[in-house]
Design a protein around this ligand. Structure first.
Ligand code: BGC
Length: 428
């Protein structure tokens, strides 16, 4: 096998809260269990990955995949501000060792949306103090487990809060327009959200509950970027050899007639504004799910006749290659595709999606773009945050009653790319 084929990271991703189960000390657990929760259902045992990680890594490895992205969950390692759970550290040591024993390269995420519940009482993700807390936690993990780690994503989708903020503002602006229904649903849901927060975090004003998926101010954005930089520096100070970066949620932004200026602004907000903060990173995690078509008044609906995913947005696998190319114009260091996939109950569509998305990746590699890997979202059908378990993104189905795993054809197809796609690269 060629050097590139050997080293290209081809795998799948999960996030702790979405698969592990019983993440009791996290802020999302509190929000889900609140009497007025906006969550469709609580995460509960999720996919019980905490206990079944070996089965899941075996499935991934036996399909031919060589990389697994997962979270080391802050709320497990540091359930209370003043306490560290040695057993949790030992658990993740076993997960890392198991990956390595199966020739699977672990790609670790230090924060994937969920945080310890205590952090909310410290001002959450709008407080400048979050940087110190997060950097201390990352340093602790790297001291204990850094010898088993290679690629580390500090924070998943640092830009998601600003994207959510934009969606809220858009819906509010449109109250008087055609989308009154949507705006009303949104503001009703905001009211419910506020009540849910009061239930979940008694004593904290609902408008001061800043979990990671809250709408975000510029000050909050600055706090998050500081958290990333301090965490990166702390981890690199202990283990300079680690490859450290963050991940961004990026759309394939396509200007339509008259939408050029708006589209430029979107790309700035989504990507370019982060460049000064990641200059010293070792790689960038690119996450893409669809495209955004931008007209003179902003985001346009998906074109008539397009196929939508279970999430309601357009199924458009070509977006991935486009986004990687757009990123590579401004970012000259390694790119790792840390998420890409679709929610569908038709696995043939997932297979077709993988073929097209990987064709885009292959053509980027052939043009000399330094793409180091592709990690499909997701290894398992899992807990899609507020939307519960209904949306199925997995390469492996999980029976909700028995939690028994059933690998889908798409897992096998993705694994088969290990030998037949990247071998052709001229860089070999
Ligand atoms: C997030 C995942 C989520 C996926 C699908 C990404 O933005 O990182 O946690 O499940 O999108 O919606």
């Amino acid at each position: 096998m060629s050097r590139l084929a050997k080293e290209f990271l081809l795998g799948a991703a999960t996030a702790a809260h979405q698969v592990e189960g019983n993440n009791r000390f996290s802020d999302f657990w509190a929000l889900e269990m609140a009497p007025h929760s906006i969550f469709k259902e609580p995460s509960g045992v999720a996919a019980d990955h905490l206990n079944r990680y070996k089965v899941d890594i075996d499935l991934l490895a036996s399909a031919g995949l060589n990389a697994y992205r997962f979270t080391i969950e802050w709320a497990r390692i540091q359930p209370e501000k003043e306490s560290i759970d040695a057993q949790a550290i030992h658990h993740y040591k076993q997960v890392l060792e198991y990956c390595i024993s199966k020739d699977v390269t672990p790609v670790v995420t230090m924060h994937h949306f969920s945080s310890p519940r205590w952090l909310i009482y410290e001002g959450g993700w709008e407080s400048p103090e979050v940087a110190g807390f997060f950097a201390d936690y990352c340093a602790l993990v790297v001291k204990e487990l850094g010898h088993l780690m290679g690629y580390v994503c500090t924070i998943n989708e640092v830009n998601i809060g600003l994207q959510i903020q934009k969606m809220i503002s858009r819906a509010m602006r449109q109250r008087t327009g055609l989308q009154v229904g949507l705006a009303d649903t949104m503001s009703e849901s905001l009211q419910l959200q506020q009540q849910g927060m009061l239930d979940a975090f008694p004593g904290v004003k609902p408008e001061a509950v800043y979990h990671f998926l809250s709408g975000r101010s510029d000050q909050g954005n600055a706090a998050i970027m500081l958290a990333h930089e301090e965490a990166r520096n702390a981890m690199k100070a202990i283990r300079p050899e680690l490859m450290v970066g963050l991940t961004l949620s990026l759309h394939d932004i396509q200007p339509q007639d008259g939408g050029e200026a708006q589209a430029r602004q979107e790309w700035h907000d989504e990507f370019l504004r982060y460049l000064p903060h990641i200059e010293q990173d070792d790689f960038l995690g690119v996450q893409n799910y669809t495209r955004s078509m931008i007209g003179p008044s902003g985001l346009l609906p998906a074109p008539a006749g397009s196929v939508l995913t279970q999430m309601g947005y357009e199924e458009y696998p070509q977006a991935l290659g486009h986004v990687v190319r757009a990123v590579a114009q401004a970012w000259k260091k390694p790119i790792l595709i840390t998420e890409n996939g679709l929610a569908t109950d038709d696995d043939d569509r997932r297979v077709a999606f993988i073929h097209q998305a990987l064709a885009g990746v292959q053509s980027c590699i052939e043009d000399g773009i330094d793409v180091r890997g592709y990690l499909h979202w997701s290894l398992l059908d899992n807990f899609e945050w507020m939307l519960g378990f209904e949306k199925t993104f997995g390469l492996v189905a999980v029976d909700r009653d028995t939690l028994v795993r059933r690998p889908k054809n798409s897992l096998r197809i993705l694994g088969s790319y290990r030998d037949r796609l990247f071998l052709k690269s001229p860089n070999c």
